[in-house]
Design a protein around this ligand. Structure first.
Ligand code: CO8
Length: 371
């Protein structure tokens, strides 16, 4: 079987940030206005009063301190509570393609690859700005790549599932060099007037180049020794926005992400641990051989719990790096951001794990070894 490697990675980070302090201040203003407007109905018990959000809760429960967003305007205005941006024309690039172009260029430079080398592009993310034509095909045109391109969505596991598709395409002979991009434009799906979820997501884009080890001329490449993917249906992380929406009675909550966070925490972690430990066993890999865990970035407590299960002890901060504090949850891009920022300083032969987990449920585990 052909050895396949991740030979480069790239990251696009929007310049605008929203801190917990800013977010909580605007949410609490919204709550005060709501409670004042509905004071009589609240006193009659017809409407439930809203409670304030708190920075302390957010940081303790999730590890998030701040997030990057493409469009800050509107998010912090209690009368708007959503990013404000204009519809782009057919002649303009959609935001997701723009983000992907930037991350892709960095990944290509790292991998020493030009557009002429790439013959498959997979755009894999939790949301696509439009169903068709595929965003990946527009990216293919922008970069000037030949071959083919497609979009795919497995929510938070979109990146790992796309990388495994890339490996299979290379081994099956339908592609030689694959560009995977993960433009996560999450902020439009956040319900900024929900105390439970207003703090969770940020916008970002990651990119990876996947190719046969034989063609690789990168000095920081990672061989993909093992891949294990798992899905199990759950309604506990859900969005119902779809193309049939305009035919149905309007429901103001439909466009938004919603979850039962506690249930997700409890149900998903055992699946994650099983998938990772099973793949380590298949690779005959002992915990002490693992030099780094690039885990999905949804919740600091979840990451520490998963890392403990894998290593059999508390992880050192550098063993399971976190990017949650400044990026928040960036869906499928999270574990790839951790990989991109913290893949330096390891030796040839070192083993590591890159693992996503999230909606579906879905878990994607890649066992990597530094070339
Ligand atoms: N401020 C203050 N207090 C709060 C707040 C707040 N903002 N929110 C809740 N509380 C209160 C609650 O009311 C509750 O109070 P009480 O105990 O009196 O009832 C208390 O805090 C505890 O509430 P929870 O039990 O809800 O809090 P948790 O400790 O469970 O933390 C989390 C909530 C952070 C949401 C946590 O459950 C979590 O992170 N779970 C994991 C979820 C996860 O990993 N989800 C993955 C989702 S991402 C994904 O798969 C991709 C989806 C597609 C992407 C979509 C792009 C937009």
């Amino acid at each position: 079987m052909k050895n396949v490697v991740i030979s480069g990675s790239g990251l696009f980070t929007p310049s605008e940030t929203v801190s917990n302090e800013e977010l909580v201040a605007s949410y609490n203003l919204y709550v005060d206005q709501f409670n004042a407007e509905h004071a009589q109905a609240i006193s009659r018990g017809e409407v439930a009063a809203l409670e304030h959000s708190s920075c302390e809760f957010i940081e303790k429960a999730s590890g998030i301190k701040s997030r990057h967003v493409l469009y800050k305007e509107g998010i912090l205005d209690p009368a708007i509570m959503r990013p404000v941006f204009a519809r782009r024309s057919e002649e303009q690039l959609p935001e997701m393609v723009e983000m992907a172009l930037s991350a892709a260029r960095e990944a290509m430079t790292q991998a020493n690859k030009t557009a002429a080398d790439i013959d498959l592009i997979i755009c894999a993310a939790s949301n696509m700005q439009r169903p068709y034509p595929a965003l990946s095909i527009e990216l293919q045109q922008q970069l000037g790549c030949r071959g083919y391109a497609f979009d795919m969505n497995v929510a938070c596991s979109s990146a790992t599932f796309a990388i495994s598709n890339a490996v299979n395409a290379i081994r099956g002979g339908t592609a030689k060099v694959v560009l995977v991009v993960n433009p996560e434009f999450a902020s439009p799906q956040v319900n900024y007037s929900s105390r439970d979820s207003h703090f969770i997501f940020g916008d970002v884009c990651t990119a990876t180049i996947i190719e046969a080890e034989q063609s690789c001329n990168s000095d920081n490449a990672w061989r993909i020794n093992g891949m294990r993917l798992k899905t199990e249906f759950s309604n506990n992380i859900r969005c119902d926005m779809g193309y049939t929406e305009h035919c149905l009675p309007a429901d103001p909550l439909v466009p938004f992400f919603k979850q039962q966070g506690r249930k997700v925490f409890k149900e998903l972690l055992p699946i994650v641990a099983d998938v990772i430990l099973d793949e380590m066993a298949a690779q005959q890999l002992a915990p002490e051989q693992l030099k780094r865990l690039w885990l999905h970035q949804a919740n600091i407590n979840m990451n520490i719990f998963a890392a403990k299960k894998i290593l059999g002890r508390d992880p050192l901060p550098e063993e399971a790096p976190l990017v949650l504090d400044t990026y928040a949850n960036t869906a499928s891009a999270g574990s790839v951001i951790a990989f991109h920022k913290y893949k330096q300083g390891l030796q040839a032969g070192d083993h590591a794990i890159l693992c996503s987990f999230g909606a579906g449920y879905s878990v994607g585990c890649l066992v990597l070894q530094k070339c």
